[in-house]
Design a protein around this ligand. Structure first.
Ligand code: HH2
Length: 274
């Protein structure tokens, strides 16, 4: 899944695709690079982000979806709208989106009504406050239970295509993120196709900073209990290796889709798997 953020403030590609032509060019490029899925979003959900007015989100997202829908359809590529808002989901599907990528995991009735697919992602709290002090007794059990309940509700409502996503970085410490990846097989075994998004996130920057410092496996053992992993992450533009490593890890452990900014490099890495 290639990411297209039509936002001024997304943490890694904010401001790059505000212009409609630039956004459409990037979508076409990702499809040419081998993306099987394109995800268009108009609201940053990075930690601390302020919500965006629905009218503004509509203005950012709908023209892009409209402009690339036919291209995606004819290439056999899924086109999702990354939103928490019903009005945006409805307008984007009207414009040609085929899936609602829902970080709030609350829009299944809308997906059912529209007859499109739905991604349910786990988030603890909301983006403004989610990294304040996230705590779980057992993060993997918590996320599995949460997503299992949502999937059952969506299926009962008649949604035919459902994916689940553990929500890396959404109300999780570094050790929570590591635990979710280490035990991804448990979520995969629950049977709903799993999507994972680690791309360029702070977490991958911390893994690389630890690697650079020669700290081989300490993240889960120490310094991982706070909101961050206790080490300054490498900057977002230097996180490619961490993004690839975690994407490949997720695919090997059963993820069906990885949500990434660096499509070409990820497609190469995944296709190179033995
Ligand atoms: N991560 C982000 C946004 N949407 N959707 C799913 N299903 N899974 C994710 O992990 C996920 C997501 C955050 O990344 P990005 O879109 O690059 O940044 P921003 O929220 O700043 O726009």
């Amino acid at each position: 899944m290639g990411v297209l953020n039509a936002t001024p403030d997304s943490f890694s590609d904010g401001g790059l695709h505000l212009d409609l032509d630039a956004a459409c060019d990037r979508v076409r490029q990702m499809v040419a690079e081998g993306a099987a899925w394109v995800d268009v979003g108009g609201e940053s959900t990075r930690p601390g982000a302020e919500p965006v007015a629905v009218e503004e989100e509509l203005r950012r997202v709908v023209p892009v979806v409209e402009a690339v829908a036919e291209h995606c359809r004819s290439a056999g590529v899924q086109l999702s709208v990354d939103t928490r808002h019903e009005a945006v989901a409805r307008a984007a599907v009207d414009a040609g989106a085929t899936v609602v990528n829902d970080v709030s995991a609350s829009l299944w009735p809308v997906a059912a009504d529209l007859g499109v697919g739905w991604v349910a992602m786990h988030m603890s709290g909301d983006p403004r406050t989610m990294q304040a002090d996230p705590r779980y007794v057992d993060v993997v059990d918590h996320v599995r239970r949460f997503l299992g309940e949502r999937v059952a509700q969506a299926q009962a409502a008649g949604v035919e295509q459902v994916w689940v996503d553990p929500g890396i970085g959404f109300g999780k410490t570094t050790s929570h993120n590591l635990e979710l990846l280490a035990r991804l097989g448990e979520l995969v075994a629950d049977g709903t196709p799993v999507l994972v998004g680690t791309s360029r996130k702070r977490f991958t920057g911390e893994l690389l900073a630890r690697s650079d410092a020669g700290l081989l496996r300490p993240v889960a053992e120490s310094g991982g209990s706070g909101a961050q992993g206790g080490i300054e992450p490498v900057p977002a533009q230097d996180r490619l290796v961490g993004s690839l490593t975690t994407a490949v890890w997720a695919m090997i452990h059963g993820a069906r889709i990885v949500r990434v900014h660096d499509v070409q490099a990820t497609v190469r890495a995944v296709r190179a798997l033995p």
